[in-house]
Design a protein around this ligand. Structure first.
Ligand SMILES: [Zn+2]
Ligand SMILES: [Zn+2]
Length: 247
C-alpha cells in the first residue's frame, strides 16, 4: 500500500515538476534529498566512519587503543587527518565515477558530505586556507581536472574559507601509488612537492583536501614540505575516504 502511494505521489510530482532532480549515482528521482544529488538508498550504503585513529583518522575497531599501530610507532607530519567514510562499497563507487568516470555532477553530493564532516571535525579550528593536493600538470592535463581541486572549491564556497592553489606544487610526475606497499609509496612520493609562494602561507593554518587517504604517504609528504619549507605550524587533512587499519 505504501509503495503504491509513493508511486502515485511520485507520478503527481513528475507531472508538476517534470525536471525533478535525480540521484547522480543511480538516476533515481529525488523527493526531498538529505544530500543534494544522492538518493536515500545510495546514501544509506555509504560506510560512514565511527571509530578512527585520533591522529590519522583511519578506521580502527572500537576496542583498540586511540592511536593506530602506525601512529604509535611513527607519527605523521600532519597534525590531524579525518575522513568521511570507508573507501569501500558505495563511497568507492562514487569516487571512482567522479575521478575516472567523469561524472562531475557527483561533486555536489560528495562536497556536501565533505562540508558536513568539515563542520563535525574542524569547526573549532581556525583554518586560513584550504589547499587541494595538486596533481602534476601533465596528469591534470590528461584527466582534464583535479578532483581534489573541485572538492576544495566547493567546500570553500560552502564554508567560506579561501582555497589556495598554486602555492603547493606537484613537481614530480610519480607513478600512481595504488598498487604499491607503504614503504614504496613513501619512496615514490618523496620530493614530489615544492612551494611557490612561501610568504602567502607563512604562519597560516592549512587544511589539505584530497579524495582518499590510503597509507597517508601523499598528505604526509605535502605536510612535511609545508612545515619545513613554508614555516607552517599546523597542517590538517580532510579526505572523503580512508581505509581500515588492522592492529
Ligand atoms: Zn541513488
Ligand atoms: Zn593512525
Amino acid at each position: 500500500m505504501r509503495g503504491l502511494l509513493l508511486k502515485v505521489w511520485s507520478s503527481i510530482l513528475d507531472m508538476v515538476y517534470p525536471e525533478r532532480e535525480r540521484c547522480f549515482n543511480c538516476g533515481a528521482r529525488l523527493f526531498f534529498p538529505e544530500i543534494k544529488g544522492l538518493c536515500p538508498e545510495c546514501l544509506r550504503k555509504i560506510d560512514f566512519i565511527n571509530y578512527y585513529c585520533l591522529h590519522c583518522g583511519r578506521v580502527i575497531s572500537p576496542e583498540k587503543p586511540a592511536l593506530c599501530r602506525l601512529c604509535r610507532s611513527k607519527p605523521f607530519n600532519f597534525n590531524l587527518a579525518r575522513s568521511v567514510a570507508l573507501y569501500d562499497g558505495m563511497m568507492r563507487e562514487l569516487i571512482l565515477k567522479f575521478k575516472y568516470g567523469h561524472i562531475l555532477e557527483l561533486k555536489e553530493p560528495l562536497s556536501e558530505l565533505l562540508t558536513l564532516y568539515f563542520h563535525h571535525y574542524y569547526d573549532n579550528y581556525r583554518i586560513d586556507y584550504l589547499i587541494p593536493i595538486p596533481l602534476h600538470a601533465k596528469r591534470e592535463e590528461e584527466r582534464g581536472y583535479n578532483q581534489a581541486g573541485i572538492l576544495a572549491d566547493s567546500l570553500g564556497k560552502k564554508c567560506g574559507i579561501p582555497v589556495l592553489t598554486g602555492a603547493l606544487l606537484r613537481i614530480k610526475n610519480s607513478q600512481p601509488l595504488y598498487n604499491l606497499g607503504p614503504e614504496e609509496r613513501d619512496r615514490v612520493i618523496r620530493g614530489s612537492f615544492a612551494l611557490a609562494d612561501r610568504e602567502k602561507i607563512k604562519d597560516k593554518v592549512i587544511l589539505l583536501i584530497d579524495d582518499i587517504l590510503t597509507t597517508g604517504a601523499t598528505v604526509n609528504e605535502a605536510s612535511l614540505v609545508l612545515k619545513e619549507k613554508g614555516g607552517i605550524k599546523s597542517v590538517y587533512v580532510l579526505t572523503l575516504a580512508t581505509g581500515r587499519i588492522q592492529d
